[in-house]
Design a protein around this ligand. Sequence first.
Ligand code: UDP
Length: 252
Amino acid sequence: MARGKKIYEGKAKTLYEGPEPGTLIQYFKDDATAFNAEKKAIVDGKGVLNNRLSEFFMEGLNSIGVPNHFIKRLNMREQLIRQCEIVPLEVIVRNYAAGSMSKRLGIEEGTQLPRPIIEFSYKDDDLGDPLVPEEYIIAFGWASQQEMDDIVALALRVNDYLSGVMYGVGIKLIDFKIEIGRVFEGDFMRLIVADEISPDSCRLWDIESGQKLDKDVFRRDLGNLTDAYTEVARRLGVLPTNGPAAANSVIN
Ligand code: UDP
């Protein structure tokens, strides 16, 4: 499918104009970044795996009626998505303490939280995506109160779906980040899950061993990131067969 002109280049993905109005092509790069891009590397095959994994999760969400931007995968690195207006928030759902929450509150990583906790960061790289209370979001007009209620409901549905799918393959969903977009249909506006869902934006721990299978492998130098993501894809049946040769043939 012919790609239109580049409209946005992010850290891990590039967006191009799609074949029809209201569509975009999302290209998954191999670039890995952490700590607001202070740490960078090219990780061979990461884009291919995240394209596949995001397809898998978004299709799963579609099948249970959670609206999202995914239309279809086009090839190894590209998918066709619905264009939307991104709400400038990172919506983070936590089931177990980890990362910035553990640091901020001194709670040991892996401690189960009394219930899923949702928090919001304002999307601004120059500011380092600061954590913001809902009151700021409403007051500054980044989203309305009604939208925030809908965003919380969407985030909890995504959490239930992802936790269940992961639990089924022996993986604990510690936390994750999603982004939300607005789509306009005539006089109506609705919210959809956008961006991507992949091990770049989740924390995934093996239930038995506690082994990390997500971007913390890169952030904390814990081993080979492609191997970790390949393991997630293999367990979910996203790779054609189980052997490493098959995984490589998908990546190359
Ligand atoms: N996260 C993300 N993008 C960001 C910040 C966080 O995808 O810009 C994800 C991160 O991978 C983790 C969850 O959101 O799954 C919570 O991240 P946390 O606030 O603990 O931040 P970190 O420790 O990664 O700085």
